[in-house]
Design a binder for this molecule. Structure first.
Ligand SMILES: NC(=O)c1ccc[n+]([C@@H]2O[C@H](COP(=O)([O-])OP(=O)(O)OC[C@H]3O[C@@H](n4cnc5c(N)ncnc54)[C@H](OP(=O)(O)O)[C@@H]3O)[C@@H](O)[C@H]2O)c1
Length: 324
Protein backbone atom coordinates (compact mmCIF):
# COMPACT_ATOMS: atom_id res chain seq x y z
CA UNK A 1 0.00 0.00 0.00
CA UNK A 2 1.29 3.45 -0.93
CA UNK A 3 1.19 6.09 1.81
CA UNK A 4 -1.07 8.95 0.74
CA UNK A 5 -0.88 12.61 1.66
CA UNK A 6 -4.45 13.32 2.69
CA UNK A 7 -6.12 16.68 3.28
CA UNK A 8 -9.11 16.37 5.64
CA UNK A 9 -11.73 19.09 5.98
CA UNK A 10 -14.01 18.60 9.00
CA UNK A 11 -11.27 16.85 10.99
CA UNK A 12 -12.75 17.69 14.41
CA UNK A 13 -16.27 16.34 13.72
CA UNK A 14 -18.15 13.13 14.42
CA UNK A 15 -16.67 11.50 11.32
CA UNK A 16 -13.45 13.51 11.31
CA UNK A 17 -11.90 12.29 14.57
CA UNK A 18 -12.16 8.52 14.00
CA UNK A 19 -11.11 9.17 10.41
CA UNK A 20 -7.91 10.94 11.47
CA UNK A 21 -7.11 8.05 13.85
CA UNK A 22 -7.65 5.48 11.10
CA UNK A 23 -5.62 7.38 8.49
CA UNK A 24 -2.71 7.86 10.90
CA UNK A 25 -2.89 4.19 11.99
CA UNK A 26 -2.68 3.14 8.33
CA UNK A 27 0.50 5.17 7.88
CA UNK A 28 -0.87 8.03 5.78
CA UNK A 29 0.37 11.58 6.13
CA UNK A 30 -2.62 13.66 7.25
CA UNK A 31 -3.20 17.40 6.94
CA UNK A 32 -6.16 18.40 9.05
CA UNK A 33 -7.93 21.70 8.47
CA UNK A 34 -8.90 23.29 11.81
CA UNK A 35 -10.38 26.62 12.81
CA UNK A 36 -8.60 27.32 16.11
CA UNK A 37 -5.53 26.61 18.22
CA UNK A 38 -7.08 24.04 20.61
CA UNK A 39 -8.17 21.98 17.58
CA UNK A 40 -4.66 22.33 16.12
CA UNK A 41 -3.18 21.00 19.37
CA UNK A 42 -5.63 18.11 19.31
CA UNK A 43 -4.67 17.20 15.75
CA UNK A 44 -0.97 17.27 16.63
CA UNK A 45 -1.66 14.91 19.55
CA UNK A 46 -3.44 12.57 17.12
CA UNK A 47 -0.47 12.48 14.76
CA UNK A 48 -1.85 14.82 12.07
CA UNK A 49 -0.41 18.05 10.72
CA UNK A 50 -2.82 20.90 11.52
CA UNK A 51 -3.60 23.56 8.94
CA UNK A 52 -5.39 26.65 10.23
CA UNK A 53 -8.15 28.03 8.04
CA UNK A 54 -11.80 28.51 7.30
CA UNK A 55 -13.42 26.69 4.40
CA UNK A 56 -15.76 29.63 3.87
CA UNK A 57 -12.95 31.96 2.86
CA UNK A 58 -10.05 31.49 0.45
CA UNK A 59 -6.70 31.83 2.23
CA UNK A 60 -3.21 30.43 2.83
CA UNK A 61 -4.77 27.12 3.96
CA UNK A 62 -5.41 26.36 0.29
CA UNK A 63 -1.64 26.17 -0.38
CA UNK A 64 -1.60 22.96 1.70
CA UNK A 65 -3.73 21.08 -0.81
CA UNK A 66 -1.38 21.45 -3.76
CA UNK A 67 0.70 18.32 -3.19
CA UNK A 68 -1.99 16.14 -1.61
CA UNK A 69 -2.89 12.84 -3.24
CA UNK A 70 -6.31 12.67 -1.60
CA UNK A 71 -8.87 15.15 -0.27
CA UNK A 72 -11.70 14.19 2.08
CA UNK A 73 -14.52 16.62 2.72
CA UNK A 74 -15.99 15.62 6.10
CA UNK A 75 -17.13 19.15 6.88
CA UNK A 76 -20.62 20.24 7.74
CA UNK A 77 -22.00 23.77 7.99
CA UNK A 78 -24.13 22.93 10.98
CA UNK A 79 -26.89 25.47 11.48
CA UNK A 80 -27.80 26.48 15.04
CA UNK A 81 -31.20 25.57 16.45
CA UNK A 82 -33.99 23.71 14.69
CA UNK A 83 -33.11 22.33 11.27
CA UNK A 84 -35.85 23.98 9.28
CA UNK A 85 -36.00 23.56 5.51
CA UNK A 86 -34.75 27.15 5.13
CA UNK A 87 -31.74 26.54 7.38
CA UNK A 88 -30.89 23.31 5.55
CA UNK A 89 -31.01 25.19 2.25
CA UNK A 90 -28.73 27.90 3.67
CA UNK A 91 -26.32 25.25 4.99
CA UNK A 92 -26.29 23.84 1.46
CA UNK A 93 -25.27 27.21 0.05
CA UNK A 94 -22.46 27.47 2.66
CA UNK A 95 -21.26 23.98 1.74
CA UNK A 96 -21.19 24.92 -1.93
CA UNK A 97 -18.83 27.78 -1.02
CA UNK A 98 -16.65 25.37 1.00
CA UNK A 99 -16.57 22.98 -1.96
CA UNK A 100 -15.67 25.70 -4.44
CA UNK A 101 -12.77 26.82 -2.24
CA UNK A 102 -11.49 23.23 -2.01
CA UNK A 103 -11.80 22.73 -5.78
CA UNK A 104 -10.03 26.01 -6.54
CA UNK A 105 -7.08 24.91 -4.39
CA UNK A 106 -6.95 21.49 -6.07
CA UNK A 107 -6.97 23.02 -9.55
CA UNK A 108 -4.15 25.38 -8.57
CA UNK A 109 -2.15 22.48 -7.14
CA UNK A 110 0.75 20.70 -8.75
CA UNK A 111 0.17 17.02 -7.94
CA UNK A 112 -2.35 14.69 -9.57
CA UNK A 113 -5.07 13.85 -7.10
CA UNK A 114 -5.98 10.16 -6.59
CA UNK A 115 -9.34 10.67 -4.89
CA UNK A 116 -11.74 13.36 -3.69
CA UNK A 117 -14.04 11.73 -1.16
CA UNK A 118 -17.38 13.42 -0.69
CA UNK A 119 -19.68 12.43 2.15
CA UNK A 120 -23.38 12.76 1.66
CA UNK A 121 -26.54 11.04 2.88
CA UNK A 122 -29.21 8.61 1.75
CA UNK A 123 -31.79 11.40 1.46
CA UNK A 124 -30.49 12.10 -2.01
CA UNK A 125 -31.56 8.67 -3.29
CA UNK A 126 -35.04 7.48 -4.25
CA UNK A 127 -35.89 4.19 -2.50
CA UNK A 128 -37.64 1.32 -4.26
CA UNK A 129 -41.08 0.06 -3.15
CA UNK A 130 -39.33 -2.10 -0.51
CA UNK A 131 -37.70 1.12 0.85
CA UNK A 132 -34.19 -0.12 -0.05
CA UNK A 133 -31.61 2.15 -1.68
CA UNK A 134 -28.37 1.14 -3.34
CA UNK A 135 -25.94 2.59 -5.88
CA UNK A 136 -28.43 2.07 -8.72
CA UNK A 137 -31.12 4.16 -7.02
CA UNK A 138 -32.03 7.31 -8.93
CA UNK A 139 -31.04 10.68 -7.51
CA UNK A 140 -33.96 12.44 -5.85
CA UNK A 141 -34.76 15.58 -7.80
CA UNK A 142 -36.85 16.88 -4.89
CA UNK A 143 -34.48 16.28 -1.98
CA UNK A 144 -35.70 16.33 1.57
CA UNK A 145 -34.01 16.53 4.95
CA UNK A 146 -30.22 16.74 4.83
CA UNK A 147 -30.54 15.95 1.11
CA UNK A 148 -31.24 19.67 0.71
CA UNK A 149 -27.54 20.20 1.45
CA UNK A 150 -26.09 17.41 -0.68
CA UNK A 151 -28.25 18.21 -3.68
CA UNK A 152 -26.65 21.65 -3.94
CA UNK A 153 -23.08 20.32 -3.76
CA UNK A 154 -23.58 17.41 -6.18
CA UNK A 155 -23.80 19.48 -9.42
CA UNK A 156 -20.62 21.39 -8.52
CA UNK A 157 -18.66 18.17 -7.94
CA UNK A 158 -20.10 16.33 -10.93
CA UNK A 159 -19.26 19.26 -13.21
CA UNK A 160 -15.67 19.18 -11.91
CA UNK A 161 -15.52 15.40 -12.44
CA UNK A 162 -16.77 15.69 -15.99
CA UNK A 163 -14.98 18.85 -17.11
CA UNK A 164 -11.51 18.47 -15.59
CA UNK A 165 -11.41 14.95 -14.17
CA UNK A 166 -11.87 15.47 -10.43
CA UNK A 167 -11.49 11.87 -9.12
CA UNK A 168 -14.79 12.02 -7.26
CA UNK A 169 -15.88 9.23 -4.91
CA UNK A 170 -19.33 9.79 -3.40
CA UNK A 171 -20.28 8.03 -0.18
CA UNK A 172 -23.99 8.01 0.67
CA UNK A 173 -24.11 7.30 4.35
CA UNK A 174 -26.88 6.29 6.72
CA UNK A 175 -27.30 7.97 10.09
CA UNK A 176 -23.89 7.89 11.70
CA UNK A 177 -23.73 7.14 15.42
CA UNK A 178 -20.72 7.88 17.58
CA UNK A 179 -19.68 9.54 20.82
CA UNK A 180 -20.68 13.06 19.68
CA UNK A 181 -23.57 14.45 17.63
CA UNK A 182 -27.16 13.22 17.58
CA UNK A 183 -26.49 9.89 19.33
CA UNK A 184 -25.49 11.13 22.83
CA UNK A 185 -28.31 13.66 22.50
CA UNK A 186 -30.72 10.75 21.90
CA UNK A 187 -29.37 9.01 25.02
CA UNK A 188 -29.69 12.19 27.09
CA UNK A 189 -33.32 12.60 26.12
CA UNK A 190 -34.05 8.95 26.86
CA UNK A 191 -32.39 9.23 30.25
CA UNK A 192 -34.37 12.36 31.11
CA UNK A 193 -37.63 10.74 29.91
CA UNK A 194 -37.96 13.48 27.31
CA UNK A 195 -37.87 11.24 24.28
CA UNK A 196 -40.65 10.79 21.74
CA UNK A 197 -40.72 8.57 18.68
CA UNK A 198 -41.05 10.48 15.44
CA UNK A 199 -44.06 9.21 13.50
CA UNK A 200 -44.41 5.45 13.04
CA UNK A 201 -42.27 3.17 15.27
CA UNK A 202 -42.03 0.69 12.38
CA UNK A 203 -40.11 3.05 10.07
CA UNK A 204 -36.57 2.04 9.14
CA UNK A 205 -33.55 3.99 10.37
CA UNK A 206 -30.44 3.29 8.27
CA UNK A 207 -27.57 3.22 10.76
CA UNK A 208 -23.79 2.95 10.58
CA UNK A 209 -21.10 3.49 13.21
CA UNK A 210 -18.63 6.37 12.87
CA UNK A 211 -15.83 3.79 13.19
CA UNK A 212 -17.07 1.89 10.13
CA UNK A 213 -17.56 5.12 8.20
CA UNK A 214 -13.90 5.92 8.89
CA UNK A 215 -12.88 2.44 7.66
CA UNK A 216 -14.87 2.92 4.46
CA UNK A 217 -13.44 6.36 3.73
CA UNK A 218 -9.88 5.12 4.22
CA UNK A 219 -10.58 2.15 1.93
CA UNK A 220 -11.81 4.64 -0.71
CA UNK A 221 -8.62 6.70 -0.30
CA UNK A 222 -6.47 3.60 -0.74
CA UNK A 223 -8.39 2.08 -3.68
CA UNK A 224 -9.10 5.35 -5.52
CA UNK A 225 -12.33 4.25 -7.24
CA UNK A 226 -12.80 7.54 -9.11
CA UNK A 227 -16.29 8.12 -10.47
CA UNK A 228 -17.93 5.49 -8.21
CA UNK A 229 -20.53 5.96 -5.52
CA UNK A 230 -21.28 3.79 -2.52
CA UNK A 231 -24.06 3.30 -0.01
CA UNK A 232 -22.52 3.10 3.45
CA UNK A 233 -24.77 1.45 6.04
CA UNK A 234 -24.47 -1.47 8.41
CA UNK A 235 -25.82 -4.96 7.67
CA UNK A 236 -29.08 -4.84 9.56
CA UNK A 237 -31.68 -2.18 8.82
CA UNK A 238 -33.24 -1.26 12.16
CA UNK A 239 -36.73 -0.06 12.91
CA UNK A 240 -37.04 3.11 14.95
CA UNK A 241 -39.10 1.50 17.75
CA UNK A 242 -36.80 -1.50 18.28
CA UNK A 243 -33.66 0.68 18.15
CA UNK A 244 -34.99 3.03 20.82
CA UNK A 245 -36.22 0.12 23.01
CA UNK A 246 -32.75 -1.44 22.80
CA UNK A 247 -31.07 1.80 23.90
CA UNK A 248 -33.58 2.38 26.73
CA UNK A 249 -32.90 -1.13 28.01
CA UNK A 250 -29.14 -0.57 27.98
CA UNK A 251 -29.61 2.71 29.85
CA UNK A 252 -31.94 1.03 32.37
CA UNK A 253 -34.83 3.43 31.69
CA UNK A 254 -38.36 2.65 30.52
CA UNK A 255 -38.87 2.54 26.75
CA UNK A 256 -40.58 5.77 25.67
CA UNK A 257 -44.25 5.45 24.81
CA UNK A 258 -44.79 8.96 23.46
CA UNK A 259 -45.11 9.21 19.72
CA UNK A 260 -45.20 12.59 18.00
CA UNK A 261 -46.85 13.02 14.62
CA UNK A 262 -44.45 14.34 12.00
CA UNK A 263 -45.95 17.84 11.97
CA UNK A 264 -45.47 18.21 15.73
CA UNK A 265 -41.93 16.80 15.68
CA UNK A 266 -41.23 19.25 12.83
CA UNK A 267 -42.29 22.16 15.01
CA UNK A 268 -39.92 21.01 17.74
CA UNK A 269 -36.76 20.00 15.86
CA UNK A 270 -37.38 21.45 12.41
CA UNK A 271 -38.91 20.06 9.24
CA UNK A 272 -35.67 19.02 7.55
CA UNK A 273 -34.47 17.10 10.64
CA UNK A 274 -37.78 15.22 10.77
CA UNK A 275 -37.69 14.46 7.06
CA UNK A 276 -34.36 12.67 7.54
CA UNK A 277 -35.34 10.98 10.82
CA UNK A 278 -38.58 9.65 9.33
CA UNK A 279 -37.31 8.93 5.82
CA UNK A 280 -38.03 5.23 6.32
CA UNK A 281 -35.18 4.07 4.13
CA UNK A 282 -32.83 1.10 4.38
CA UNK A 283 -29.65 0.57 2.42
CA UNK A 284 -27.71 -2.27 0.78
CA UNK A 285 -23.97 -2.22 1.40
CA UNK A 286 -22.85 -5.00 -0.98
CA UNK A 287 -20.72 -2.70 -3.18
CA UNK A 288 -18.72 -1.35 -0.24
CA UNK A 289 -17.84 -4.92 0.67
CA UNK A 290 -17.09 -6.24 -2.81
CA UNK A 291 -15.24 -3.24 -4.28
CA UNK A 292 -13.66 -1.61 -1.23
CA UNK A 293 -13.12 -4.85 0.74
CA UNK A 294 -14.54 -3.26 3.85
CA UNK A 295 -15.28 -5.57 6.76
CA UNK A 296 -17.58 -3.87 9.21
CA UNK A 297 -16.45 -3.81 12.81
CA UNK A 298 -20.07 -3.28 13.89
CA UNK A 299 -22.54 -5.16 11.63
CA UNK A 300 -25.48 -3.68 13.55
CA UNK A 301 -26.38 -1.27 16.34
CA UNK A 302 -26.55 -4.27 18.67
CA UNK A 303 -22.73 -4.50 18.57
CA UNK A 304 -21.95 -0.84 17.90
CA UNK A 305 -24.00 1.08 20.44
CA UNK A 306 -23.36 -0.70 23.79
CA UNK A 307 -19.77 0.63 24.20
CA UNK A 308 -21.05 4.15 23.43
CA UNK A 309 -23.89 3.81 25.94
CA UNK A 310 -21.37 2.69 28.57
CA UNK A 311 -19.14 5.66 27.72
CA UNK A 312 -22.15 7.98 28.01
CA UNK A 313 -23.25 6.52 31.36
CA UNK A 314 -19.80 6.77 32.92
CA UNK A 315 -19.38 10.36 31.67
CA UNK A 316 -22.79 11.27 33.17
CA UNK A 317 -21.90 9.59 36.47
CA UNK A 318 -18.55 11.40 36.50
CA UNK A 319 -20.30 14.76 35.95
CA UNK A 320 -22.87 14.05 38.68
CA UNK A 321 -20.14 13.00 41.14
CA UNK A 322 -18.26 16.22 40.34
CA UNK A 323 -21.31 18.29 41.27
CA UNK A 324 -21.71 16.63 44.72
N1 LIG B 1 -23.77 12.72 10.97
C1 LIG B 1 -24.49 11.95 10.14
O1 LIG B 1 -25.35 11.16 10.57
C2 LIG B 1 -24.23 12.04 8.64
C3 LIG B 1 -25.00 11.23 7.80
C4 LIG B 1 -24.76 11.27 6.42
C5 LIG B 1 -23.77 12.11 5.92
N2 LIG B 1 -23.05 12.90 6.77
C6 LIG B 1 -22.02 13.76 6.19
O2 LIG B 1 -20.78 13.52 6.82
C7 LIG B 1 -20.00 14.72 6.90
C8 LIG B 1 -19.49 14.90 8.30
O3 LIG B 1 -20.60 14.98 9.18
P1 LIG B 1 -20.40 15.09 10.75
O4 LIG B 1 -21.68 14.64 11.36
O5 LIG B 1 -19.10 14.42 11.13
O6 LIG B 1 -20.23 16.66 10.93
P2 LIG B 1 -19.90 17.46 12.30
O7 LIG B 1 -19.70 16.54 13.44
O8 LIG B 1 -20.94 18.52 12.42
O9 LIG B 1 -18.49 18.14 11.97
C9 LIG B 1 -18.41 19.23 11.10
C10 LIG B 1 -16.96 19.54 10.86
O10 LIG B 1 -16.89 20.60 9.88
C11 LIG B 1 -16.00 21.60 10.39
N3 LIG B 1 -16.38 22.91 9.85
C12 LIG B 1 -17.60 23.50 9.87
N4 LIG B 1 -17.55 24.71 9.30
C13 LIG B 1 -16.25 24.89 8.90
C14 LIG B 1 -15.55 25.94 8.25
N5 LIG B 1 -16.19 27.06 7.88
N6 LIG B 1 -14.23 25.80 8.02
C15 LIG B 1 -13.58 24.67 8.40
N7 LIG B 1 -14.18 23.63 9.01
C16 LIG B 1 -15.50 23.74 9.26
C17 LIG B 1 -16.20 21.55 11.90
O11 LIG B 1 -15.11 22.19 12.51
P3 LIG B 1 -15.22 22.92 13.96
O12 LIG B 1 -14.82 21.88 14.98
O13 LIG B 1 -14.25 24.03 13.86
O14 LIG B 1 -16.65 23.39 14.11
C18 LIG B 1 -16.22 20.04 12.10
O15 LIG B 1 -14.90 19.53 12.06
C19 LIG B 1 -20.91 15.85 6.43
O16 LIG B 1 -20.57 16.18 5.12
C20 LIG B 1 -22.29 15.24 6.46
O17 LIG B 1 -23.12 15.74 5.43
C21 LIG B 1 -23.24 12.87 8.11
Amino acid sequence: MTAETVFVAGATGLVGKPLIHRLVDRGHHVRALVRNDPSATLMLSMGAEPVLGDLAAPGPWQDHLGDCTSVIDASQARPHGRLTAGRANRAGRDRVRFTQNLLEAIRNGHSPLGSYVWLTGLDELVPGPDRFVDETSPINVRPRGFGRIGSQIRPVLEAAHQSWGLPLVALHMGLIYGSVGWFPDYLRRLQRRRFALVGDAQTFVPLVSAADVARTIVAAVEKRPAGRRYVVVDDEPARQGEFVRFLAERLGVPAPQRQFPLWLAGLIVGRAAVETAASNVRGRNARVKSELDVQLEFPSYREGTPPLVEEFVSATQGRNAGRK
